[in-house]
Design a protein around this ligand. Structure first.
Ligand code: SF4
Length: 225
């Protein structure tokens, strides 16, 4: 596989609201403390533990999943159940470990019964993700699944743009199926593995680029994550 196999997104129909980045948090630890005491939405009432996300402050890749599940809620850590084990397998494919990447979610508290996030919950929680992205400043942000992708590029179905990417300022945004999708639908496993190889190429592209506008076909900058 070479860079010719990387495909850029085009034509996002809707631009998401302007990112709000609170200044009160300057470290990941401060963000985590904010999450663990947060009562910003109804999910605070049913959670066991907040799940801020984890990874080094200088991570090059930042994965954004949906929300904590049962295992994550119990341990206060992201992606520690079966989907997390598959994510670790995917990282091994490109010779990475979970300690080298940042892993987070749109929501930092578990929705009851693992239901889908509600729009007002995503809005209430976005300040934490915004702050983490500002602090980590990764080269590549990976939307895992349709809810995360809805913030990256609303109106684009994951089934259409998984494994593709677009420039967002000086970083790349990349779309992938959520690892849990492969647990429910075995046929997606190979698709996700192939997308992980493309993600590695996207990382190389992001690290080599001196200026995003130097890339041919660089799309208009959007306010997304
Ligand atoms: S989901 Fe986010 S906004 Fe809601 S209680 Fe948890 S940390 Fe706060």
């Amino acid at each position: 596989m070479n860079k010719a196999h990387l495909t850029q997104w085009g034509g996002c129909a809707i631009i998401t609201p302007k990112m709000t980045v609170p200044d009160q948090w300057n470290t990941l630890e401060e963000v985590a403390r904010g999450v663990n005491t947060c009562t910003g939405c109804r999910l605070s009432q049913g959670r066991t533990r907040g799940v801020p996300g984890e990874g080094p402050a200088n991570a090059r890749i930042f994965f954004v999943g949906e929300a904590p599940g049962w295992h994550e809620d119990q341990q206060g850590r992201p992606f520690v159940g079966p989907a997390g084990r598959f994510l670790e397998e995917l990282l091994e494919l490109v010779e990475l470990t979970r300690e080298q990447v940042f892993i987070g979610n749109l929501l930092k508290s578990r929705p009851p019964g693992n239901r889908d996030p509600l729009p007002d919950e995503i809005d209430a929680c976005r300040r934490y993700l915004d702050a983490q992205l500002r602090i980590v400043n990764p080269k590549v942000v990976v939307a895992l699944g349709r809810h995360s992708l809805a913030r990256l590029c609303p109106g684009q179905p994951i089934g259409k743009i998984h494994g593709t990417w677009r420039w967002e300022g000086d970083r790349i945004h990349f779309a992938m199926y959520h690892p849990a999708a492969a647990l429910h639908q075995q046929s997606l496993k190979k698709v996700i593995q192939e997308d992980m190889l493309k993600l590695h190429l996207a990382l190389e592209a992001a690290e080599k680029a001196e200026k995003p506008e130097d890339q041919p076909g660089s799309p208009q900058q959007l306010s997304l994550f």
